[in-house]
Design a protein around this ligand. Structure first.
Ligand SMILES: Nc1ncnc2c1ncn2[C@@H]1O[C@H](COP(=O)(O)OP(=O)(O)OP(=O)(O)O)[C@@H](O)[C@H]1O
Ligand SMILES: O=C(O)c1ccc[n+]([C@@H]2O[C@H](COP(=O)([O-])O)[C@@H](O)[C@H]2O)c1
Length: 216
């Protein structure tokens, strides 16, 4: 079991120790960007495992406005995606929601988002969580070479079935049990009348039913 505490000392602190203490005072925040159309249990499992394995103070789910993927189908409106996120994370003190991309509007390029968040929060170290499919896609990301050079920014990769899960860009890989399904699978199951029980939190399932989402 990893210890995630902050260093304390009653003795005179040497410079390297001071630097260590200083670095540990920084907030370590995981950012989990996605369309979350809808959020599902694999997202929650990934966020929970990464938070605990990397000793992050918290993980913020960050819904995108227009996903940079050209081939992505239009998602349902942002308000409903956020409502489902709220229901899904309720009660977990390590989970939060970052709304900056919805507030900014337009295409949600991660470089633009990170420039903004890093400037706004100079003591925060960011860990941007991506699935293996997104890792494969990194060469096509907007200003990727500038993004990976940003200070206090790290990519955290989680392997995903069906992806190559390979890159030359710097990625901290975290071993998380693989769960194969996606939001696409869930939307498909709903539109064809199949059960999504245990694939999304119960409250999210209820919300989808009440609002007749994804029924086509
Ligand atoms: N089952 C999974 N295992 C690991 N990572 C996942 C999984 N599902 C989604 N992710 C990752 O979560 C992030 C947000 O994903 P997103 O909201 O697009 O979900 P999705 O299930 O991939 O959706 P869709 O099927 O609509 O593309 C991405 O980095 C994606 O790679
Ligand atoms: O900045 C980019 O070019 C870029 C390209 C692909 C994906 N992303 C981000 O990666 C996250 C996951 O993307 P998606 O398409 O799976 O929702 C989301 O926060 C996107 O904004 C970012």
């Amino acid at each position: 079991m990893q210890q995630c505490g902050v260093l304390t000392s009653t003795e005179t602190v040497t410079e390297p120790q001071a630097k260590l203490i200083h670095s540990q005072q920084r907030q370590r925040v995981g950012l989990y960007g996605g369309t979350f159309n809808p959020i599902h249990n694999a997202h929650l499992l990934v966020a929970d495992q990464v938070q605990s394995l990397l000793c992050l103070n918290r993980v913020d789910f960050m819904p995108d406005f227009i996903p940079p993927h050209v081939d992505k189908k239009t998602a349902i409106d942002a308000h409903k995606r956020v409502e489902m996120l709220k229901l899904a994370i309720k009660g977990n003190p390590h989970f939060g929601i970052e709304l900056t991309e919805l507030e900014r509007g337009g295409v949600s390029y991660t470089y633009d988002t990170m420039k903004h968040l890093l400037d706004k929060n100079p003591l925060t170290e960011y860990y941007f969580i991506i699935g293996g499919d997104m890792v494969d896609y990194l060469p096509k990301w907007h200003r990727i070479n500038d993004l990976v050079k940003l200070p206090r920014f790290h990519f955290v990769g989680v392997r995903r079935q069906g992806a190559q899960n390979e890159t030359n860009y710097p990625v901290i890989w975290v071993d998380v049990p693989t769960v194969a399904f996606s939001s696409t699978d869930i939307r498909h199951r709903i539109s064809t009348g199949q059960s999504i029980k245990y694939m999304v939190p119960e409250k999210v399932e209820q919300f989808i039913k009440e609002h007749r989402l994804y029924h086509e």
